[in-house]
Design a protein around this ligand. Structure first.
Ligand SMILES: Cc1cc2nc3c(=O)[nH]c(=O)nc-3n(C[C@H](O)[C@H](O)[C@H](O)COP(=O)(O)O)c2cc1C
Ligand SMILES: [Fe+2]
Ligand SMILES: [Fe+2]
Length: 407
């Protein structure tokens, strides 16, 4: 499938990436309807340099491309902007044919490569602002951690004004044209990539954007998808918009009461808890949210907006229901850390398994309220009181956390 196409970006820099048009799923979770590319770049400076590599399975075609441009034994530096094996997977093979090369990356990148490769290799750890002379060219490294691993950085080739960003500003989109002005529309792939890979790290995206805003950029050269040679500013701005939207602060008064209920027992508990919360302070906004039939996107949006969660399930066959596990899958500990959270539910004869809700709350770094309400079958007078008291206490705790006081 892969030919040995290489593409010139500037007289000294070529794209030597590979196309993977048939990829169906990336990293288990992403449907890649347009396939993807693993972009790698060769800098023909006095000290010959490679930026990122490609997935191991594409090594033969990658090696052939590289040999069209140089004798690999002459390669002096291999820059690894990110160590995930879709980019570093061919590094071990490359080091065999480039024995004099020094691997350059962040401290985390070099640590991860030690574990990934399992053998010693010459390396250079760089930090934000470090410069590396290639004889007639200069690389500048830009600290851009947590996009989307702790090891990530960007590399800027000063003389050619090229910014190499690996996963940032990338997308899964395979097209032989490779350049953004040659491949047709790919905005949907760009958004999908941001949503799945980078959105949880939007705080870090905004920090990275501030670091590169002042750079004189000719092209942004990502690790996947089109090279942004003509429209880089458009994708830079879109990325900033996505990141800003994802950082929307929660409404400090909003409590999401998310539940499912087969016979409306858990549903009734939810209503009573909401009533207790309103009694704590009418300014608080409990929102009942039945998870049955709603999309995961809706669940995520509700999680983003709310400042606290109370999560309820009936026990069915000695387990809580799938919807609750799905909700937990959408909790983002980076974004939602420390939000106050509680548990409730209805069971018939053994409520022990309700603890799964509490355990997930704690594992996902939410702040467990400390108490839960689990009621046998239907709530009656006692149950009513218990739920209302629970809601009231939860509401008061929220006010404490936000520094407000009940009227
Ligand atoms: C199919 C089914 C399986 C159940 N399995 C359990 C169980 O394993 N343990 C238990 O304590 N209750 C079990 N129950 C009882 C429910 O937890 C109980 O009816 C509860 O009140 C349902 O709450 P809901 O009205 O919110 O759905 C089961 C109920 C159904 C319908
Ligand atoms: Fe990655
Ligand atoms: Fe990647």
């Amino acid at each position: 499938m892969n030919d040995t196409q290489i593409l010139e970006l500037t007289p000294s820099v070529n794209w030597i990436g590979v196309l993977d048009p048939d990829l169906v799923t990336f990293d288990v979770v992403m449907a890649t309807q347009y396939g993807t590319t693993y972009n790698s770049y060769f800098i023909d400076a006095e000290k010959k340099t490679v930026i990122d590599t490609c997935k191991e399975q594409f090594w033969p075609v990658y090696e052939a491309k590289l040999r069209k441009l140089c004798n690999p034994a002459e390669i002096q530096y291999i820059i690894i902007n990110h160590t995930e094996p879709d980019h570093s997977g061919s590094l071990a093979n490359l080091l065999k044919i480039a024995p004099d090369a020094t691997v350059v990356g962040t401290g985390n990148a070099i640590r991860y490569l030690n574990d990934l490769l399992g053998f010693e290799f010459a390396h250079l750890i760089v930090k934000d602002g470090t410069q590396l002379g290639l004889g007639n060219k200069t690389l500048q490294f830009i600290g851009a951690p947590n996009l989307h691993w702790p090891d990530t950085m960007y590399t800027y080739l000063q003389e050619d004004r090229l910014l190499f960003t690996c996963d940032s500003f990338g997308c899964h989109y395979s097209h032989k044209g490779v350049f953004d002005d040659q491949v047709g529309g790919f905005d949907d792939a760009f958004k999908y990539y941001y949503d799945v890979i980078l959105k949880p790290y939007s705080k870090f995206m905004l920090k990275a954007i501030e670091k590169i805003r002042h750079l004189d950029i000719l092209m942004i050269c990502p690790g996947h998808g089109p090279i942004l040679r003509t429209y880089w500013k458009k994708y830079f701005d879109i990325t900033e918009q996505y990141a800003t939207a994802a950082m929307q602060l929660p409404n400090k008064n909003k409590v999401l009461i998310a539940y499912v209920s087969a016979y409306q027992n858990t549903g009734k508990l939810a209503e009573l808890i909401a009533e207790g919360i309103r009694q704590a302070d009418p300014a608080l906004e409990p929102e009942l949210f039945n998870l049955e039939g709603v999309s995961l996107e809706e669940v995520e949006q509700k999680l983003i907006e709310a400042n606290a969660y109370i999560i309820g399930s009936p026990i069915i066959n000695q387990n809580i229901l799938l919807h609750i596990y799905q909700l937990f899958a959408m909790v983002n500990p980076i974004r939602d850390r420390n939000k106050l959270a509680g548990a409730f539910g209805s069971y018939g004869w053994s409520g022990d398994v309700m603890k799964i809700i509490e355990q997930n709350i704690q594992s996902l770094k939410l702040r467990f309220f400390g108490e839960s309400v689990f009621i046998k079958f239907s709530p009656h007078e006692d149950g009513y009181r218990q739920c209302i008291n629970y809601g009231r206490a939860f509401g008061l705790k929220m006010l404490e956390a936000t520094g407000c006081e009940a009227e």
